[in-house]
Design a protein around this ligand. Structure first.
Ligand code: KG4
Ligand code: ZN
Length: 336
């Protein structure tokens, strides 16, 4: 079979990204326009601004990846696009752009689920990696333990019952007056802090479930910070950050590792924006080494939203003839 080249588009949140990926494993070109600077002043992503920026940069990015890869549209075998979950206005820009391009070129469209795309960032990082494996999927919108039984077969083992871990890191970052996105900066300054003794709860920990809950933990941390501010206690931001990071990462890891141990998994992975977290990466690398387990984590530049991972997942969907027709719509709400 000749090599399949897929031109993929990602616009589910605030990153506009276009990539060309060969046979699901080789990035021929990938260009991402991060809108962080545009949203920073508002302390979070403003959906309306995100959609407008996707529209402005999409065509430019397509031209750029074609130029960088020295390819033309006629060399492309299929298009692919993230159709959900995400911000509906943002998703619609990508979905409609790709439908238009399909009409103009006659190319097929592979619809890609955002979570499956995050998992595929691992296939780009490890060309030899194949399912099955157990994956901790942590991002701005999701927190899951997933069993990846095949490229297009994902079983949910557990998930968060309220906030996602990324959301909570961002909120605490903001409460500590860090720049948007809070999670990224909280992780960075944590490297310079000393762990303190704070009364943080360990939520929803029982024999019966591997589900997560973060809202109580978030509220407890906000109360601690506000109390310190009110009493005008002088504290080091990096000390509070590192204490919170340690607590959250230990909580995430304990559920993940306990499930793996009890169910004899020996191939573990992480994916999603929060998989860039330095402590999560360090701790799981060590734990997997100690247990003689294989461990996979995306290259740092592939942890956040990007179209290369969409192009990777799309290859496996393409092989199964999973194509969308021109009625393809964006799906904002959570589904898997
Ligand atoms: O996957 P992603 O780029 O977008 C969604 O699908 O949501 O994830 C973004 C999330 C944000 O909450 C961001 O703060 C968080 O990932 N994040 C981090 C780190 N890098 C990104 N959280 C903790 N530590 C990091 N190093
Ligand atoms: Zn994402």
């Amino acid at each position: 079979m000749s090599l399949i080249k897929i031109l993929a588009v990602e616009s589910s949140c605030d990153d506009t990204s276009v990539a060309i990926v060969e046979n699901g494993r080789k990035i021929l070109a990938c260009e991402t326009f991060s809108q962080i600077e545009k949203h920073k002043v508002f302390g979070g992503v403003v959906p309306e601004i995100a959609s407008r920026n996707h529209i402005e940069s999409m065509v430019l990015l397509v031209k750029k990846v074609l130029k960088n890869s020295e390819l033309e549209l006629k060399n492309i075998d299929s298009l692919a696009v993230t159709y959900g979950p995400g911000l509906v206005g943002s998703l619609l820009v990508g979905v409609n752009f790709v439908k238009g391009l399909s009409l103009a070129t006659g190319l097929s469209v592979v619809p890609v689920h955002h979570i499956k795309a995050h998992v595929a960032s691992l296939y780009l990082t490890y060309p030899e990696l194949k399912p099955p494996f157990l994956c901790l999927l942590v991002s701005g919108g999701h927190t899951y333990i997933l069993e990846i039984s095949d490229y297009d077969k994902i079983k949910i083992i557990s998930k968060t019952r309220d906030d996602s871990v990324g959301e909570v890191f961002d909120k605490i970052g903001r409460t500590l007056n860090l720049e948007h996105p809070g999670g990224v900066h909280l992780d960075k300054i944590s490297e310079f802090g000393n762990i303190q003794n704070l009364a943080l709860p360990v939520p929803l920990k029982s024999e019966d479930t591997y589900d997560f809950s973060f809202s109580g933990l978030k509220t407890a941390m906000i109360n601690i910070i506000n109390n310190l501010k009110q009493k005008q206690v002088i504290f080091k931001t990096e000390d509070l950050a590192v204490t919170f990071r340690e607590h959250v990462i230990n909580y995430l890891i304990s559920n993940f590792v306990e499930f793996a141990q009890k169910n004899n998994y020996t191939k573990l992975a992480i994916a999603g924006g929060v998989s860039a977290n330095l402590l999560l990466r360090r701790k799981l690398t060590q734990i997997c080494l100690d247990n003689n387990w294989e461990f996979f984590m995306p290259r740092l530049e592939l942890c956040g939203d990007n179209a290369a991972m969409v192009g990777s997942q799309a290859f496996y969907e393409y092989k199964k003839n999973n194509f969308a027709d021109l009625n393809l719509n964006a799906i904002a709400s959570d589904f898997l």
